[in-house]
Design a protein around this ligand. Structure first.
Ligand code: CMP
Length: 468
């Protein structure tokens, strides 16, 4: 404001004391009036040009200030600069032609080929940046506030400004990096727009013995409500590789403010660490496994197996067994773990074993017109697979794990030993099988009484197991 006022004052003074100034200069130069004329004219040109520059700047602030107030939109620096350059050039032409009416400025520019070549060579880079800047503004591949990663050097940061010369980004170490517009126009740029949910991946691993279903659940719950993790999309946790020494996972989440993703990644890792500690999960580290042969059957229950004995003792059909018989059955049992959705049994397959649900839930399903229909849901302590085992017929239904489920498998030989000492068991089993058959097929061809069915089953089970 002060500069403009001072410049205006100087211009007024020069024009006011035009004659006196002229005379003074002519007297100093020994009466060379034409030289004094030129000096005064150049002085006027310089002062008026300065005034024009200050006025253009003030006008620029007013116009773009109004645009911001009315539209709520900040005009790009490049547009503001172009506006100033064009306005100033036009004013300069006017001032120049009014002070030097005899000089043809247009012809000077257009006819001087040498001037053009020199200017072109000197301004090669500047013009390149300028036109790349214009194309960036027109194309708008990114805007102020977006996070971008540029070129092979992978300069990453938040865009602060796009000027006529360069794109200014603030890196995540709070440094400023200037990328010339022509480089930005040539290089590959990864853009994470400010108003977009951009995903992040954080990696972690566990021991092979940690359950994937449990790990996925625990990590998802730990991460979903962390600061800056979007509530709009639930984080996704998945196994990315079964590595040499660990199960390798990734958690994919969507930060609300991508510019803060480094902090949020760190918070996510912290959450995972605490969640692991609470859930008894363990991070893996490079390991070498030494296998010590212990002649243990695959899947056989390690330790004293008291939990298995307890489980089998609580199964209703095994209630009549003595403690030794239950222990014998537990030792013969094999444990298997199934993930949610996995088939434990497939309808139509041959089967020579039955199962007891140790932990989890399974669903007994029939396939109707290609779609599964659930007949029963069985949980801890329930048994299934006895029909094929006791009758020698194919499996009658699909049995699918509804969640991570551990089952105990008991084979034909172990059951035969139990039947040999407890022939009464066959009868109670035949009732259960008959009941389940009724549940499976409610059609007329199996409508014979439950009693008849049980009697038929009883004799076929006895025959199958060679029980007299
Ligand atoms: P199996 O035929 O060997 O294999 C499928 C198993 O599903 C079957 O033995 C039964 O143990 C079980 N099953 C079939 N129908 C029912 C039912 N109605 N209720 C509970 N379990 C069933």
């Amino acid at each position: 404001m002060v500069t403009t006022a001072v410049t205006l004052l100087v211009v007024i003074l020069i024009f006011w004391f035009d004659k006196q100034l002229h005379q003074l200069l002519a007297a100093r130069m020994g009466g060379l009036a034409s030289r004094a004329d030129t000096i005064v004219a150049i002085l006027k040109l310089v002062c008026l040009a300065l005034l024009a520059y200050l006025l253009v700047r003030a006008f620029n602030s007013v116009v773009f200030g109004l645009v911001r107030l009315r539209r709520g939109f900040e005009a790009p620096t490049l547009v503001r600069n172009i506006f100033s350059i064009v306005a100033f050039t036009a004013l300069f032409f006017l001032i120049f032609t009014s002070i030097f009416p005899e000089a043809n400025l247009g012809a000077l520019f257009t006819t001087s080929a040498i001037f053009g070549v020199i200017l072109g060579l000197a301004l090669q880079d500047t013009l390149g940046n300028f036109f790349s800047g214009i194309s960036l503004q027109a194309d708008r591949p990114f805007q102020v506030g977006d996070v971008i990663t540029v070129g092979a050097q992978r300069h990453a940061g938040v865009v602060e400004e796009i000027t006529w010369r360069a794109v200014k980004i603030r890196t995540f170490s709070n440094h400023i990096v200037l990328i010339s517009n022509s480089t930005a126009a040539k290089e590959a740029i990864e853009v994470c727009p400010r108003n977009n949910l951009n995903a992040r991946l954080v990696f972690f691993n566990t021991l092979f013995t940690d359950s994937p279903a449990k790990t996925i659940h625990v990590v998802r719950e730990a991460v979903r409500d962390a600061d800056n993790v979007s509530q709009k999309i639930t984080p996704v946790v998945r196994i990315r590789n079964i590595g040499d020494s660990s199960m390798e996972y990734e958690v994919k989440y969507w930060p609300e403010d991508y510019a803060k993703h480094h902090d949020t990644d760190a918070l996510v890792r912290q959450r995972i660490w605490y969640a692991f500690r609470r859930a008894n999960l363990t991070f893996a580290f490079p390991t070498r496994t030494l296998l010590v042969e212990r002649n243990l059957r695959h899947g056989a229950v390690e330790g004293d197996g008291s939990a298995i004995v307890e489980r089998l003792a609580a199964v209703d059909i095994f209630a009549p067994l003595s403690e030794e018989e239950t222990v014998m059955l537990a030792q013969a049992a094999t444990s298997h773990v199934f993930a949610a959705g996995e088939n434990v049994i497939r309808a139509g397959d041959p089967g020579s074993s039955m199962f007891v649900v140790h932990n989890g839930r399974v669903s007994v399903q029939l396939s109707e017109n290609g779609r599964p229909r659930t007949v029963a849901t069985l949980s801890d302590g329930a048994f299934f697979g006895e029909m094929a085992l006791f009758t020698g017929e194919p499996r009658t239904a699909n049995v699918v794990a509804l969640e991570e489920t551990e089952v105990l498998e008991i084979g034909h030989a172990a059951m035969k030993r139990v039947f040999d000492t407890n022939p009464d068991l066959v009868e109670s089993l035949s009732h259960i099988i008959a009941e389940r058959r009724q549940g499976l097929v409610a059609s007329a061809d199996l409508s014979g009484s439950n009693k008849d069915e049980s009697a038929g089953l009883l004799s076929s089970i006895k025959r199958f197991f060679g029980i007299s």
